[in-house]
Design a protein around this ligand. Structure first.
Ligand SMILES: Cc1ncc(COP(=O)(O)O)c(C=O)c1O
Length: 275
């Protein structure tokens, strides 16, 4: 099937968060696209809409299969269906994970320059941000991790959680397997849990692919929570639908309880049907 990436869609005066401001402003801070989603997705949603029933909705088995199969086929991730938990968005998941894994006033490590909402997800919960800045390399025009500085941050006894952005927003950096292994090893060594925000993983340049954090080593699998969504690649942010993938059953139970207690694990009628 040929997809249409040419026809412009006018989203002004339609309550689009991105285009609601003055005409002179370019709303680069909102990461959604001005292309229509894939026609197959619209058709699938229309089938439900035509039925005209919008009652309370469970998460269908096909939702779990869709995540498992897509990440396996596209990114080589081996995950069982039961390691996925529905959540209404990656940011709600991050905030809930901060509340669940850390205690008030503890520190959460992030790697600036990074998605600004990470600060909110930490500070709004009464926790502190511990910054581990990336190193800018002027020759390769790319950013890299500073393992020594990262270890200094993670060995801080007040630091209990690391939020990784993989691939990294806004630098566009795709972390190598080796860099991710370093993060996994240091995090495990210092007893720090890793939450890996992988929401942008499907948008890479041709010929480039990303490595899921949970795939790099046994310690990464044991000690990580991965946030995923179809929202960026397929322009579905308004459906408020995402997943956390947690291979470790004990950690999954803990996070899943948090998401359920905070009423973040239930979908609207259309939210779990986009696949
Ligand atoms: C790195 C990153 N995480 C999360 C989000 C937002 O996720 P959600 O809309 O699922 O809360 C964005 C949106 O731009 C983002 O760039």
């Amino acid at each position: 099937m040929k997809y249409d990436f040419e026809t412009p869609v006018n989203r002004r005066n339609e309550y689009a968060l991105k285009w609601d401001g003055p005409e002179s402003e370019l709303p680069m801070w909102v990461a959604d696209m001005d292309f229509r989603t894939a026609p197959e997705i619209t058709e699938g949603l229309l089938e439900t809409v035509r039925e005209g029933i919008f009652g309370y909705t469970g998460i269908p088995e096909s939702w779990y299969r869709a995540y498992r199969d897509w990440w396996h086929r596209e990114h080589g991730l081996s995950a069982s269906e039961d390691s996925f938990v529905f959540v209404t968005g990656v940011v709600p998941a991050l905030s809930s994970i901060v509340r669940r894994i850390t205690l008030p006033n503890e520190k959460v490590c992030i790697m600036p320059p990074v998605y600004g909402i990470f600060w909110n997800s930490v500070e709004n919960q009464g926790r502190r941000v511990l910054e581990c800045p990336l190193v800018y390399n002027r020759e390769s025009l790319s950013y890299s991790l500073d393992p020594e500085r990262l270890e200094d941050c993670l060995r801080d006894p007040q630091c209990t959680l690391l939020i990784l952005c993989n691939p990294h927003n806004p630098t566009g950096q795709i972390w190598s397997r080796k860099e991710l292994e370093t993060v996994a090893d240091l995090a495990e060594k210092h007893g720090v849990t890793v939450v890996s925000d992988e929401i942008h993983c499907d948008i890479t340049l041709p010929g480039r692919s990303y490595t899921p954090f949970a795939e790099v080593s046994e310690s990464a699998r044991r000690n990580s929570i991965t946030c995923m969504s179809a929202s960026k690649a397929f322009n579905l942010a308004g459906l408020h639908s995402a997943a956390v993938m947690i291979p470790n059953p004990h950690l999954r139970q803990r996070i899943s309880r948090g998401l359920n207690n905070e009423e973040l694990a239930e979908s609207g009628t259309l939210g779990a049907l986009w696949h």
